[in-house]
Ligand binder design. Sequence first.
Ligand code: DC
Length: 216
Amino acid sequence: MTIPFIIAIDGPAASGKGTLSRRLAEAFELPHLDTGLTYRAVAHALLESGQPLNDEDTAVEAAKAIDLGALDPAVLAVHTIGEAASKVAVMSRVRSTLVEQQRKFANSGRGAVLDGRDIGTVVCPNAQVKLYVTASPEVRAERRWKEVQERGILKGMDASFETILSDIRLRDERDMGRADSPLKPAEDAHLLDTSKMDIETAFQTALSIVKSSKPE
Ligand code: DC
């Protein structure tokens, strides 16, 4: 049996890892899972049913009910769900429930691209390629701000550049500061700082890293 070819992509909010992951998945014809959507789906289920975000038993039940095939990025992209997701994501049993499903996804075929915060460190520590995609908070805020202008995804939020920047810093603090699976590069991750790159340059750089790690 051939070993699945797994590409693990981690990085902070708005680093560009989502776009890179989708494009790499396309290039290598592999399925892609944005694991942030799984945390968002749990948060969404709790918000919808008026349940608290910090009750672990309830959140674990919601996590068990998540269907990876039915995650709707359009519904889950909204700002309030992202905020709630970063709170839900601090609970260890919620994480282990979702991680189990993410690992199954990664290992069920000839490979996969997964992106998130802990793919290279926790979910797929044996991934053949690990990328840690980052950019300065200012650059990420600028990109998010432009995206908001174009798509209006921060419904109900004050979307000034300053608000977005402070929100990104807050999210970084929460993602990097939590006790369980904090965001950090795996020791064997390739660091890709996209602060001074456009998306095409970032993609070409990521592509050549992955190609050099891929067995024929
Ligand atoms: O990437 P995103 O904005 O969709 O992620 C939403 C939240 O989910 C993020 O603040 C942290 C959490 N998350 C996580 O803890 N681990 C992952 N692998 C992916 C996301």
